[in-house]
Design a protein around this ligand. Structure first.
Ligand SMILES: *Cc1c(COP(=O)(O)O)cnc(C)c1O
Length: 647
């Protein structure tokens, strides 16, 4: 689907922009548009507590923190954490649940030190813990958790050292639960426990048969990568019993994939897991924890539907279902209700970071009408006539669609004639240029006339995309928004200023990489996808800043160094009530020297080679000394600057 051009109106209000970009639908009260036409951030979802995003950008640039920049709002991160816990607290109360909720953050979602530290310090009031999926993540979790109540869920492939580390950490006063994800892990747990004369807390990950959907649908079912089938669970329990470890089996875990769009899928999984939990109890395991994994989705497009970029449930619906389904199952089977654990990553980390980038330029098809000259070739004369015909036809009070269609068919024919004539050498570049301009001028009139009409012929409908512009973004999507490329994920993208002006252009973004996949050309459209976004015309000497929102989960670490674009600048902003803010952390972007070293190049050696080459050129008289000096200064300075373009 292509986007609709905004309706022709005499003026444009910030309300129009709010609707056009669905800001209120996905913004979750964290974002709004102010009278200046700039986006305001409301870190606590309070209307009067706000920061003007554009003003913030200008102030950061004043501190030499240039675009592109990632802004992390610590208050939003905390707010999300609080809302998750509030939702579960409400649900526990509503259903009189006899047990508590304990959240953990899956570190893989965002491993940045300042992010994890922030979550741990803010989460202490709820004994919030961490989930590690690898040995490196385990090191982070072990060093950061300092609360004996908080859980440290150990997932992922585990070797002997991983397991022994978890056992010893238990003696250190932490609460690590080693989750058996593969059938052979139980043997390693038994060996490690015998070796150390101590056991870890043990969990089992179940491979559910419940259906799933969406991109991560294959996380469940018989072929899922992780988890034990029911027969394997039974064998594992027997082995634990035989080795005296059944008393340490305390947790059942499942994870049916990320961004579950449909609540019905979550309910099915909860019911199935509930039954397995009951059975493990009957087999003599003490149990105590039911860990429902991640999957809590985000409404990226605000459509509240079970489509890819959305969810048909709220955070509260989710918490209610987890609590109610588990309670029902336990009551029916007369067993003690477990502590409920969730590993929600996306739901916590999505909203708090905003990626801002500037536009370096645009390319638009040339559609100005060229001034006539005396001797023009036949195709150009024909095109001028066609343009007149279309212009006149479009002014008629009752539009004659077949006439417009015919005009457009003619325009295409005459353009082809001109191009052929050029190829065969009958006309020169200026005539060919005129033919191109006149054809696009015809298209422009048709689009302007047809964009507000309903019954437009199919062929004319696609015209709009032919006139769309390319906006060149100071960004690498491979570095900063990899999921847009890897799994075609949609994020809300919109200008952060000029929102009181009508966006008169439509276009998509091309990034700085030399890769034709390096583009942003899919945009949210209320449950659908559109390939073009409404944008403003660039103004001379004024920057145009675009925001990519809801990208706080997974994007940073999945990003890569394609074309050697490194990390962007990043700042952690803390809102000061009553106005103002404080930069809690500034993380400078990778320099060119950094990214060269990642690839094992030696920046000093590269410079030295160039210095020698310039000495030779000076000797040979092709390079002046002053020019050589200038060249070396550019190279040396550039080496220590960001990999992005400086504005
Ligand atoms: C990735 C993952 C999560 C996080 O999932 P979200 O959908 O981001 O909440 C939780 N648990 C496990 C085991 C995971 O692999």
């Amino acid at each position: 689907m292509t986007s609709e051009l905004p309706k022709q109106k005499t003026d444009w209000t910030i309300k129009d922009s709010t609707d056009l970009y669905s800001l209120e639908k996905w913004g979750d009260n964290y974002f709004s548009i102010n009278e200046l036409g700039n986006i305001d951030v409301h870190p606590k979802r309070v209307k009067d507590e706000k920061l003007d995003l554009m003003a913030l950008v200008n102030e950061l640039e004043g501190r030499n923190l240039k675009l592109p920049i990632l802004i992390r709002f610590n208050d939003i991160l905390e707010d999300r954490l609080e809302r998750l816990h509030t939702a579960f607290a409400n649900a526990l109360k509503k259903y009189d649940y006899e047990g508590r909720y304990l959240g953990v953050f899956p570190i893989k979602c965002n491993q940045q030190r300042h992010v994890v530290e922030e979550l741990i310090s803010c989460g202490r009031q709820w004994n919030f813990g961490l989930e590690a999926g690898s040995k490196a993540e385990l090191l982070i979790a072990l060093s950061l958790i300092d609360d004996a109540e908080s859980l440290l869920i150990c997932n992922g492939y585990k070797d002997q050292r991983y397991i022994e580390t978890a056992i010893l950490a238990r003696q250190l006063g932490k609460r690590p639960v080693v989750v058996i994800e593969q059938a052979d892990e139980v043997e390693r747990i038994i060996t490690a426990s015998q070796e150390l004369g101590a056991a870890p807390l043990i969990g089992i990950r179940a491979k559910l048969s419940s259906r799933s959907s969406g991109h991560w649908g294959s996380s469940t079912g018989a072929t899922a990568k992780f988890g034990l089938s029911v027969p394997d669970i039974l064998i594992t329990v027997e082995k634990l019993q035989a080795s005296g470890l059944l008393n340490d089996l305390c947790l059942l875990h499942f994870h049916i994939g990320s961004q579950i769009n449909d609540i019905a899928i979550i309910k099915d999984a909860l019911q199935e897991a509930g039954q397995i939990y009951v059975e493990l109890n009957r087999l003599g395991a003490p149990m105590g924890y039911l860990d429902v994994g991640g999957g809590l989705g985000i409404d990226y497009d605000g459509s509240q539907t079970a489509t890819g970029a959305s969810t048909n449930y709220s955070l509260q619906n989710y918490a209610n279902d987890v609590v109610a389904t588990t309670k029902e199952c336990c009551e029916f089977n007369n067993i003690k209700m477990p502590t409920l654990v969730s590993e929600s990553g996306r739901a916590i980390a999505t909203h708090f970071s905003v990626l801002l980038f500037n536009i370096l330029g645009t390319s638009q098809v040339p559609s100005q009408v060229p001034t006539p000259s005396r001797k023009e070739c036949l195709s150009v004369r024909n095109l001028r006539e066609t343009l007149d015909t279309i212009e006149n036809a479009s002014k008629a009070s009752e539009l004659d669609y077949s006439k417009l269609q015919e005009g457009w068919n003619d325009a295409i024919k005459f353009k082809d004639d001109a191009f052929n004539a050029f190829r065969l050498g009958y006309i020169g570049l200026p005539e060919r240029a005129k033919a191109e301009q006149l054809t696009w001028a015809c298209a422009k009139i048709l689009i302007e006339q047809l964009s507000t009409k309903e019954k437009v012929p199919e062929e004319l409908k696609h015209l709009k995309s032919t006139l769309a512009g390319t906006y060149y973004a100071n960004l690498s999507i491979f570095r900063s928004a990899p999921d847009t490329w890897a799994i075609e994920q949609l994020f809300p993208v919109m200008p952060i200023h000029r929102l009181n002006e009508r966006p008169t252009q439509i276009g998509h973004f091309a990034d700085l990489t030399c890769d034709s996949d390096g583009k942003l050309a899919q945009f949210i459209d209320n449950g659908n996808v559109k390939s073009l976004l409404e944008l403003h015309e660039l103004k001379a000497n004024e920057k145009y800043v675009i925001g990519l929102f809801l990208g706080g989960a997974y994007q940073e670490v999945m990003g890569n160094f394609h074309n050697l674009f490194g990390s962007t600048n990043a700042v952690h902003v803390r809102f000061i009530p009553g106005g103002g803010y404080q930069l809690e952390h500034v993380v400078r972007s990778n320099t060119k020297s950094d990214v060269l070293k990642f690839m094992e190049h030696e920046p000093e050696q590269l410079l030295e080679r160039l210095r020698i080459a310039s000495e030779v050129a000076i000797q040979q008289g092709t390079l002046k000394i002053s020019a050589a000096q200038r060249l070396m200064e550019h190279l040396e300075t550039s080496m220590h600057q960001s990999t992005y373009l400086q504005n």
